[in-house]
Design a protein. Structure first.
Length: 233
């Protein structure tokens, strides 16, 4: 068991049931969320991690549902994945309470109202401070002429690079995280990094190209979104 972390004397903001995948299979762990980091309880072992010890964070939302007698019973899913600097990788997948929506309304993109999520704010307590730290590091790296990797994307001082193509910052018109659950016009459903940027001779007669990448393929996605927003204007 590790020593008590300095921030453990403060209040625990909440606890996330989580899991670690290892050679022996998946095992349950917990993450106690504090103001300055998390405490991982893995069996009899407790390890404290400051936010600066989070190497990467991934997050995404999804929806699980089933049809029954003309109704759609759905629940929002919240997924968080953390990789710490010691190589430990912890995942958490939690669901809000289910809600019931008439199927015709659901197919138009409407959902019955539900109570505010109690899970999303707790996960944001983890994602927000890590994002701020990683954003500061990324900006310093780019300013020094280095590069920052975001999975299939690489950021440099002059833009993004993806699959052999360069996307200058100033050409990006939109870069965001979004979740599309049902749409007759949108083929890329689910949680995505969605980017639009200017190109010559774009698709369908428009001077733009579009990039859709599953959110869980992009580590530190919120950092990338912030970099694009700050550098594209």
């Amino acid at each position: 068991m590790t020593g008590e972390p300095e921030f453990s004397a403060g209040p625990v903001r909440g606890t996330l049931p989580a899991h670690i995948d290892g050679p022996g299979g998946r095992r349950a762990v917990t993450l106690a969320v504090h103001d300055d980091g998390v405490v991982l309880t893995d069996g009899d072992e407790r390890r404290a991690y400051q936010w600066s010890e989070v190497a990467h964070v991934w997050h995404a939302n999804d929806m699980d549902g089933e049809a029954a007698d003309g109704l759609m019973i759905t629940k929002w899913l919240h997924e968080l994945l953390l990789e710490f600097t010691d190589g430990t990788v912890v995942g958490s997948l939690l669901a809000d309470p289910p809600v019931v929506t008439p199927e015709p309304a659901f197919r138009t993109g409407q959902l019955s109202s539900s109570p505010p999520s109690s899970i999303a704010p707790l996960m944001q307590r983890v994602n927000a401070p890590v994002t701020e730290l990683h954003l500061a590091r990324a900006k310093a790296t780019l300013a020094a002429g280095g590069q920052v990797n975001f999975g299939p994307l690489t950021a440099t001082a002059d833009g993004l690079h993806h699959d052999g193509k360069k996307i200058p910052w100033h050409t990006i018109t939109s870069c965001r995280y979004s979740v599309v659950i049902f749409s007759e016009d949108e083929k890329e459903l689910g949680a995505m990094l969605r980017m639009e940027y200017e190109v010559d001779g774009g698709a369908y007669g428009f001077p733009f190209a579009w990039l859709r990448i599953p959110a869980l393929d992009v580590p530190d996605l919120d950092v990338l979104v912030r970099l694009a927003e700050e550098n594209r204007t």
